[in-house]
Design a protein around this ligand. Structure first.
Ligand SMILES: [Zn+2]
Length: 481
């Protein structure tokens, strides 16, 4: 049962027709689809592609739509010609400043994508296809859907003469997926005034489907922070025909075995506690739902935590996790190993820190012969508390969700994976993953082969974000200095 009101009705109805001949699309949908296809077909993989090329293609569209050149900037980090970031400023009424000016709204999407080998895919991953109700191609889900939606929505707002109350800033950035020139990290360090905002909308949220049925819409308001630790043992070694009890590989293995049996304590925060409380209403497994209710009522309920921990996704939301991901050791088949080392990938709750986790690792392996360090110098920032849910954002998302998908909950979440939101939060810009793009768990296969997104979900996300951004840009929030 779905209820739509105008103008969403027109936008969404056209996307529900099934077969998507271009003629069935509204002009706004056609524009979005064209931008989407253009972005997917520009290879933006680190080292082989160019984010700058994608930024230039989008900049050309904004200039052609009448945005002044000074409001359409491509910022290229020194020495990284393929890692250009596009910043577009859409001026609102309060742009001139003054006491009544509201801080801008920032729309963030990354342009880079994870590598995709032609040989691994049935067709060229850099040619966008539409088949059986899905868009297919590298980046169709992560993150070129949101990037194209933001572009198409701003271009349409401009064409219609929409004037927001606050500036809207669009940032399309490089190296979210890795690489050596993360655009958001660089921009907050070197060009913060250009992207400074009351808060940002980003990837990381979205709707969940159970089959074809919308289950919930999520707002990502926190994320775990990734840090890699190295655990290393050393030994004088010797001839393998004369083994001794001391052995670099066995010593490391013993430490890793202790780590495998260790679980970090439950650490709920202001996002995950209500997450479990609200998710209980849509969790189909009764035992899990009961554990969610029990734990959100009492975070010290260890039997509820144990029940939830049976599901790896929930286990990871409850606490910091550390897991061995790489291993190396020894230098010859016939020599006692002189060294052994493992990489331990930790996903740290935002209220903890890398130092705290390092101290815990040392306590768990309980062997001073195992040296613990950072695999690469740790630059992650902690202490960025989960973004408190912006009331105007929650209200607008809840109303639009009801309008478009019926009576389903809107649930704040913490990502166990990382996005660029952590750099913005650490720089004092609250960041929310919200998209209105629905998928079933694992369906998009982001980062994998045949990455895909439902055609219907794409056009729904287009309509949702269009309505949401217009509302937030008009919102009568408090003046922030
Ligand atoms: Zn992404």
């Amino acid at each position: 049962m779905r209820r739509f009101i105008v103008p969403l009705a027109a936008l969404v109805a056209a996307s529900s027709l099934g077969a998507q001949s271009p003629a069935a699309l509204t002009p706004h949908q056609q524009l979005a689809r064209a931008v989407y296809q253009q972005l997917v077909e520009i290879n933006t993989v680190d080292s082989v592609g160019s984010v700058t090329n994608a930024a230039r293609a989008m900049a050309a569209r904004f200039r052609a739509a009448g945005f002044p050149a000074k409001d359409v900037q491509i910022l290229v980090p020194p020495g990284k010609p393929t890692k250009g970031n596009l910043i577009v400023r859409y001026h609102g009424r309060g742009s001139a400043g003054g006491a009544s000016a509201k801080k801008p709204l920032l729309l963030l999407a990354h342009l880079d994508v994870v590598a995709a080998k032609r040989a691994d895919w049935p067709r060229d991953p850099f040619v966008m296809r539409e088949e059986n109700g899905y868009f297919l191609g590298r980046g169709v889900a992560d993150d070129k859907a949101m990037a194209s939606i933001f572009v198409a929505n701003l271009l349409t707002m401009k064409r219609e003469g929409f004037v927001p109350d606050r500036d809207i800033i669009l940032a399309l950035t490089a190296d979210e997926e890795g690489g050596d020139a993360n655009g958001v990290e660089w921009l907050v360090t070197t060009h913060k005034p250009l992207i400074d905002a009351a808060y940002a909308l980003n990837e990381g949220g979205g709707g969940s489907l159970d089959g074809d049925r919308p289950l919930l819409n999520s707002i990502q308001a926190a994320e775990k922070v990734p840090v890699n630790f190295s655990l290393t043992t050393t030994n004088p070694g010797g001839h393998s025909s004369v083994p001794r009890p001391d052995n670099a590989i066995y010593e490391l293995a013993a430490g890793l075995t202790k780590l495998a049996q260790f679980q970090f304590p439950v650490a709920l925060n202001e996002v995950t506690r209500p997450f479990f409380e609200r998710t209980a209403s849509v969790e189909p497994r009764a035992e899990m739902a009961a554990a969610m209710r029990a734990l959100s009522a009492n975070p010290n309920d260890s039997s509820a935590a144990a029940t939830l921990s049976k599901d790896p996704r929930y286990a990871s939301m409850l606490r910091t996790s550390c897991v061995a991901t790489r291993l190396s050791g020894g230098h010859a088949y016939n020599a006692l190993p002189q060294t052994a080392s493992a990489n331990v990938n930790c996903r740290i709750v935002p209220t903890s820190s890398a130092e705290e986790v390092m101290a815990t690792l040392a306590r768990v392996v309980a062997d001073t012969g195992i040296k613990i360090g950072y695999t690469v110098p740790n630059t992650e920032k902690f202490g960025a508390a989960p973004s408190p849910i912006e009331p105007e954002l929650l209200a607008a998302t809840t109303a639009l969700t009801k309008q478009m998908w019926g009576d389903i909950p809107v649930i704040p979440t913490m990502s166990t994976g990382a996005t660029d939101g952590r750099f913005l939060r650490a720089a004092g810009i609250p960041t929310y993953g919200v998209s209105g793009i629905f998928s079933s768990p694992g369906e998009t296969n982001a980062h994998g082969r045949d990455e895909k997104l439902r055609v219907k979900s794409y056009y729904e996300g287009l309509a949702f974000l269009d309505a949401l951004v217009r509302q937030l840009a008009r919102a009568h929030g408090d003046v922030t200095s």
